[in-house]
Design a protein around this ligand. Structure first.
Ligand SMILES: *[C@@H]1O[C@H](CO)[C@@H](O)[C@H](O)[C@H]1NC(C)=O
Ligand SMILES: *[C@@H]1O[C@H](CO)[C@@H](O)[C@H](O)[C@H]1NC(C)=O
Ligand SMILES: CC(=O)N[C@H]1CO[C@H](CO)[C@@H](O)[C@@H]1O
Length: 354
């Protein structure tokens, strides 16, 4: 069973250097690289699901000063690993933890990342200050890190992008928010896909750790059950026909998100519990802390839900780190006891993951 352990944390002040890079290694995504990597993925094994601990950092103190925000996020990542029970995976919140909320800030704070799926990423030469910080923090703590989301610029386009780092500090995956809507973009009145060149992502993504396959989404994406279904049934990794009855989907789905104080109490928990129980997977969302001096009042309540829809841990509104133990046997017993994964009627309705 998951541990109901919650620890309140305070800001840790430390002097940390933030170097910035002048060199540019930005490259466009190439379809050919993608296709080659998909083939490679057909051959890769799904990791077996093992117990691990996840920490959600409900980050506060997001200001207009980006280097201050990055330093604070870095300090909090270190704080998450300061206890004797260290998490294997740390998650930062949506939405643009490196910048204050609001569409006017989005282009200003955007960074070039230039990650190409399947290709080794050169962190030392990245233009992205946030990627540098996150990489350093992952390496320093030797922990998997989902770096929340940051505004990413790619040519004329802006994306809301989630980055993932392994314990060696390598950037191993990115996910660009697929579903755009002003509902979850703070300063929502004018920020729409049709202005500020804000673009939706077009690929579903997951990543493999030594303990689980983890699917990604961002905020508003949680309202689209198809995305979670596809991640849970096949991840993004192609499956050969001979292995099609082996579980190949994600074990855990993690969506950094920020609902507001209207949609939060109504939908934040029910959407996560629905995605978890529908798909019989673990589901987590990590929110920023509520800041009543900001334009956007985030709901907070970062949580982790198990495959039976039990809430394993839930933060309050303020800055806080919450921990949950992920126990694979809960998923196994949920699937054995309520066999929806085996009794679907794809002869009557379509399988969205196909
Ligand atoms: C931003 O924060 C950094 C790090 O805390 C500090 O050194 C710098 O003076 C701040 N800049 C402004 C404009 O406040
Ligand atoms: C939260 O967002 C919803 C949907 O856009 C909106 O109707 C509501 O007014 C917002 N609530 C607050 C408190 O801003
Ligand atoms: C940098 C930029 O183009 N910002 C624009 C984003 O969209 C809003 C609303 O249309 C404009 O007011 C900003 O100037």
């Amino acid at each position: 069973m998951g541990r109901k352990s919650t620890s309140r944390v305070r800001t840790l002040r430390a002097d940390l250097q933030h170097t910035s890079s002048g060199s540019s290694r930005w490259k466009r995504r190439r379809v050919t690289v993608r296709a080659a990597f998909s083939l490679f993925r057909i051959l890769t094994m799904v990791p077996s699901f093992k117990p691990f601990t996840v920490a959600l950092i409900q980050l506060g103190e997001i200001t207009a000063n980006k280097s201050k925000n990055l330093k604070h996020a870095h300090d909090m990542i270190l704080r998450a690993t300061a206890n004797s029970k260290r998490p294997e995976l740390i998650v930062l919140p949506v939405e643009c933890f490196n910048s204050p909320y609001g569409h006017v800030h989005f282009p200003v704070y955007a960074e070039k990342i230039g990650f190409i799926d399947g290709k080794r990423y050169d962190v030392a030469n990245t233009e992205s200050e946030s990627v540098k910080m996150l990489s350093r923090a992952a390496k320093l703590t030797e922990t998997w890190l989902i770096g929340g989301t940051i505004p990413e610029s790619d040519g004329d386009n802006l994306y809301n992008t989630c980055t993932v780092f392994n314990p060696q500090g390598d950037l191993v995956a990115t996910y660009r928010k697929i579903h755009l809507f002003d509902i979850d973009i703070p300063g929502k009145i004018t920020f729409k896909a049709s202005n500020n060149n804000s673009s939706p992502g077009t690929t579903i993504n997951s990543f493999d750790t030594e303990f689980a396959r983890i699917g990604l989404g961002i905020c508003y994406d949680v309202r689209f059950p198809e995305l979670a279904m596809i991640s849970a049934r096949k991840g993004t990794r192609a499956v050969t026909p001979s292995s099609s009855n082996i579980f190949s989907g994600c074990h855990v789905l993690i969506y950094p998100g920020a609902f507001n104080t209207t949609t939060g109490p109504l939908h934040w928990e029910v959407l996560q519990r629905s995605r978890a129980v529908d798909n019989q997977v673990f589901f987590a969302m990590c929110s920023p802390a509520r800041d009543l001096t900001a334009n956007y009042h985030a709901w907070g309540h970062s949580m982790v839900v198990d495959p039976m829809a039990s809430v394993l841990v839930e933060a309050a509104e303020g800055e806080e780190i919450v921990f949950a133990d992920i126990d694979p046997s809960v998923m196994e017993s949920a699937r054995a006891g309520i066999p929806v994964t085996k009794q679907r009627r794809f002869d009557v309705y379509p399988d969205v993951s196909k």
